[in-house]
Design a protein around this ligand. Structure first.
Ligand code: ZN
Length: 285
């Protein structure tokens, strides 16, 4: 039986070989199955993610059970990650339910407070063999219920990134480098020099947040510089929802969930495969 694995070794391998692992936010069983099928078809390592909102909606135990089935059925390296969590107790709850990776997002606090909160999570996570991701600086835009005013979105300082990892021991780091959550209104303004500088000072795998709508060439460049995990959230929800809307536009009286879930699942799978190809993780499982 293949268990869920911590994302640490998976992401270290990706960083060393200059590809990224796709980390997909799922909200329903069909979305989870779709990204698993995409990974299976392309022999890709996979990180299944859920937001705090989805954990509260479905229950961490239900999500973890479904992810365990995926790992066992496919034999693929699959990690289950809690995205953007500010609540220590919920992190502990998810680890107990079987999550193998968690993000403590204390980036809205000053540096000292962020480091202290991250260290506290590290203590419980290390004991459980669970990967911890932290964020420095502020990624712009909207992620579930966390809203950062785009003007106040502050980018991560490379020296602070180095000091932060030395102090906390955190496994993976999401530095704010100019991406935003949600879909971009204009061109994204990614600070590639900053990514390069951070990657020069930090060996830990770096995480690219706000990946939805970044042009392919820019994603590839960020990955080649050290971004080893790419989060995909908004685009996946749009693909899923648009496919369902299409079914209802053609058949307003449809009442068989399978009739709209099957095309929705197919749309998510197609997009996940595209993202895996973009990340360069195809065949790396
Ligand atoms: Zn994010």
């Amino acid at each position: 039986m293949m268990p869920l694995i911590s994302s640490t070794s998976m992401l270290q391998a990706a960083r060393q070989q200059q590809y990224a692992v796709g980390a997909f936010n799922v909200h329903t069983l069909e979305m989870l199955q779709a990204v698993v099928e995409a990974a299976e078809e392309t022999r890709s390592p996979l990180i299944i993610q859920s937001t705090v909102g989805t954990v509260k909606h479905l229950g961490p135990d239900y999500i973890a059970a479904a992810a365990r089935v995926a790992a066992d059925r496919t034999g693929l390296p699959i990690a289950l990650h809690l995205d953007h969590c500010t609540d220590f107790d919920l992190i502990v709850k998810c680890i107990r339910a079987g999550y193998t990776s968690v993000m403590i997002d204390a980036s809205m606090h000053p540096y000292e407070e962020n480091a202290a909160r991250t260290s506290k999570v590290m203590e419980v996570a290390e004991a459980a063999g669970v990967n911890v991701e932290a964020e420095l600086g502020k990624v712009g835009g909207v992620e579930d219920d966390i809203i950062v005013d785009e003007r106040d979105a502050l980018l991560a300082d490379p020296n602070e990134c180095k000091a932060f990892i030395e102090r906390t021991g955190v496994h993976t780091l999401a530095p704010a480098i100019g991406t935003a959550h949600g879909i971009y209104k204009g061109e994204p303004n990614i600070d590639f020099d900053r990514i390069a500088k951070i990657a020069e000072l930090v060996e830990a795998p770096l995480v690219l947040h706000g990946g939805s709508g970044i042009p392919a060439e820019q994603v590839k460049r960020a990955v080649s510089l050290g971004m080893a995990k790419m989060n995909v959230a908004t685009e996946l929800r749009i693909a899923f929802s648009d496919a369902i809307k299409d079914v209802f536009a053609a058949h307003p009286d449809e009442n068989d969930p399978r009739k709209y879930m099957v095309p929705a699942k197919a749309a998510v799978k197609r997009l996940a495969i595209e993202k895996m190809q973009l990340c360069g993780c195809v065949g790396k499982a």
